[in-house]
Design a protein around this ligand. Structure first.
Ligand SMILES: Nc1ncnc2c1ncn2[C@@H]1O[C@H](COP(=O)(O)OP(=O)(O)O)[C@@H](O)[C@H]1O
Ligand SMILES: [Mg+2]
Length: 234
């Protein structure tokens, strides 16, 4: 496993004789780097977790491995629930790396900030978001990091694809679903302040598609209230 201070070199599949030297770094996050290139003749990304210097070494390895496993499981689980996720190509356990389909297209964040979407396209997108989150939640999966950067629109038909399941976990509690929705609402109001009201469309679709919408949306109202109080005090 690499650490955050090590030079950014993509993982290698030397044993299989596969050359990954053409991979380019496209994202450097707090816990992972994402590389883009061609794997077995198809456009692919490699998401590689790195260790954190300040964490105890063996604890760190355990944590990195468990996040990796959780991410892989959740990607597959989400797909089983009917939520599009990148196709997985390979998991390189020792290098804490996931090889997956490169989703060709823009993020929802880019789409919302750009000018390409007309009213109808926007409405369709917001409804798709509400529906997919409802499918995850009804299947007992909490995404854990619902932001508009973690949602991609796959070209050419703009299918909504969810990514970044590193913080996902299994849970059926209304409270956890509500917090998941609240994180998403905050992402909407912060990155897309002019579009804050659009979240109503997401919620309306969630309500329509989730069997358990009632306790979840009640909790959501509470969580929102707590959030507002915190903002007023702090
Ligand atoms: N399968 C993918 N296809 C296309 N782009 C991706 C894919 N996975 C990740 N990315 C890009 O890399 C960025 C970071 O990946 P992400 O899984 O969200 O990691 P982080 O935990 O660092 O946010 C994403 O916001 C997206 O732009
Ligand atoms: Mg992300």
């Amino acid at each position: 496993m690499t650490d955050s201070a090590a030079p950014a070199i993509p993982p290698k599949q030397e044993a299989a004789g596969i050359d990954l030297s053409g991979f380019k770094l496209i994202s450097q996050g707090a816990e992972a780097r994402v590389w883009e290139g061609t794997y077995l003749d198809v456009p692919a990304v490699i998401k590689q977790r790195f260790s954190k210097k300040y964490r105890h070494a063996s604890l760190d390895t355990k944590l990195t491995q468990s996040r990796l496993k959780q991410e892989v499981r959740s990607i597959l689980r989400a797909r089983k629930l009917g939520v599009p996720t990148p196709v997985l190509y390979y998991v390189e356990h020792d290098a804490a790396s996931i090889y997956m389909e490169k989703v060709q297209g823009v993020s929802v964040k880019e789409a919302l900030q750009g000018k390409q979407l007309d009213q109808q396209g926007l409405h369709t997108l917001l409804r798709a978001i509400g529906r997919q989150v409802a499918l995850l939640h009804d299947g007992g999966l909490i995404h854990g990091d619902l932001t508009t950067s973690n949602m991609l629109l796959r070209a050419p038909d703009s299918e909504l694809v969810l990514i970044d399941f590193g913080l996902s976990y299994n849970n059926t509690l209304a409270e956890d679903k509500a917090v998941d929705l609240y994180v998403l609402e905050r992402a909407f109001t912060s990155a897309h302040s002019a579009l804050g009201k659009l979240f109503d469309d997401v919620l309306a679709s969630y309500r329509q598609h989730s069997r358990m919408w009632c306790p979840t949306l009640n909790k959501f109202a509470e969580v929102r209230m707590r959030g507002r109080k915190r903002t007023m005090v702090g």
